[in-house]
Design a protein around this ligand. Structure first.
Ligand code: SF4
Length: 436
């Protein structure tokens, strides 16, 4: 039997898809490409923006068109929040939300053995408006191999912050994680798999351990002693949860890299308040200065949302001025779109969609300039690079510790090794450094 998977959205989803796929492979299934014929198509969905949901619908339709006789399973965040809509798409057989998606093999086996009819199990939003996913306390550790050099390791799930624009707490439930000890057990498995770099991922990673009286720093200290893994990156972490202890720990650790992803979302204090974010611009700027003072070459990326409620021209000017003033390396720019069940729907001050797009375009320009400035600030330096397995046109690629993309002539012996590399020549069109 052939299974084909398609993942949308964040690194967490990719880790979870890998976990689901490995359950099928262990049960004797073989993997097919999503564009090929398969017996089962799995679409692991995202609900973070309206654009993400559109891509989910397209992927579902693509699977149904490819093989109308196949089982089509739609799982994850969009499945969780929009089961009623997905049910109406003819050809979808299984819809599983974020808790039940880890039991997909069971649902597929029941369908194949005619024990059950097509299944919907999405912890649907019930009639009083309370999403039942918030009752879910199960946590599933998972990891994926981006290639055989780097792994995305899911250490945390869910979020209790309920930012006013965000549907993720409704899709993934309350913040939760495994214990440090349980997490270390899976980290040892990853180390045995041969991957050299691990990216710690979660919805709100900084809350790791809170449901067990532990902290993220407890985990980081243990991971730093793990033999076999040479590099760790911490993916997106909320600004209010990066303590000075974490900054100092990363600055002096064996394996944690000078690379942070710290969502800002807006550079206007008025908009941050409307977003229900837990910091202001003064706090954020001070945090970045403390990181840069401990690690001057650190790469700091951020998420920013264009066109949220209240972001009129005057506030947007403040956003641009603030972002320009920060030692940020690049931005992930999102355009605000109204999400079901969120507090933003009840607010005034909506920004017309064409203004949102214009704000997004200008923020992307700022990001491009920031990225080039960051890359050029590193020119001439020597940094350790982990070489990846993809080889294109006789060139191989890798990332420095501070997340600068580099390339050199291919040498298969270097794959999955870390070597020093001098950042000699920046190629702006390809956003990459060469040393020749
Ligand atoms: S911190 Fe805010 S934006 Fe991030 S997942 Fe939680 S609610 Fe969403």
């Amino acid at each position: 039997m052939l299974i084909a998977v398609h993942t949308l959205g964040c690194k967490l989803n990719f880790a979870e898809t890998s976990h689901i796929l490995s359950q099928f492979i262990n049960a004797g299934w073989r993997q097919a490409d999503f564009t090929d014929n398969a017996d089962l198509y799995v679409v692991n969905t995202c609900t973070v923006t309206a654009v993400a949901e559109k891509k989910c619908r397209n992927a579902i339709r693509q699977a149904i068109a490819k093989n109308p006789n196949a089982i089509v399973a739609v799982v994850g965040c969009f499945a969780q929040n929009a089961a009623d809509e997905i049910k109406k798409i003819e050809g979808v057989d299984i819809i599983l939300g974020n808790d039940q998606k880890h039991n997909l093999l069971h649902y597929v086996n029941n369908l194949l053995r005619h024990i059950s009819n097509p299944s919907i199990a999405s912890n649907d939003i019930v009639s009083d408006g309370e999403p039942t996913i918030t009752d879910v306390s199960n946590f599933h550790l998972a990891y994926s191999h981006a290639d055989r050099t780097r792994t995305f390791f899911k250490i945390q799930d869910g979020c209790d912050y309920f930012c006013s624009y965000c549907a993720i707490p409704f899709a993934r439930g309350r913040a939760r994680s495994a214990t440090v000890e349980e997490t270390m057990t899976m980290a040892r498995q990853i180390a045995q798999s041969g991957a050299k770099e691990v990216v710690l991922t979660g919805v709100n990673t900084g809350t790791f351990g809170a449901n067990h009286g532990e902290t993220l720093l407890d985990l980081l200290r243990r991971l730093d002693t793990l033999e076999g893994i040479e590099r760790f990156r911490i993916s997106s972490i909320e600004p209010n949860l990066i303590t000075d202890d974490i900054i100092q720990f990363v600055a002096h650790s064996r394996a944690f890299l000078p690379h942070f992803h710290i969502p800002l979302q807006s550079g206007s204090d008025k908009v941050l308040r409307l977003m229900h974010r837990r910091y202001d611009t003064t706090f954020y700027a001070s945090l970045l200065l403390r990181i840069k003072s401990a690690m001057p070459d650190a790469c700091i990326a951020t998420d920013i949302m264009a066109g949220f409620n209240g972001e009129d021209d005057a506030e947007f000017d403040k956003v641009c001025a603030f972002v320009n003033s920060l030692p940020i390396s690049y931005l992930h720019v999102f355009t605000f779109s109204e999400r079901p069940n969120t507090a933003a729907l009840r607010m005034e001050g909506r920004i017309p969609v064409h203004h949102r797009r214009e704000h997004s375009r200008r923020l992307q320009q700022i990001s491009d300039a920031k990225k080039e400035a960051f890359y050029l600030s590193q020119q001439g330096k020597s940094r350790p690079v982990l070489w990846e397995s993809d080889i294109k046109k006789d060139m191989m690629y890798g990332f420095t510790d501070n997340y600068i993309r580099v390339r050199r002539h291919a040498n298969a012996d270097l794959i999955n090794t870390i070597t020093p590399f001098t950042l000699s020549r920046f190629v702006p069109d390809d956003e990459v450094f060469e040393n020749c």
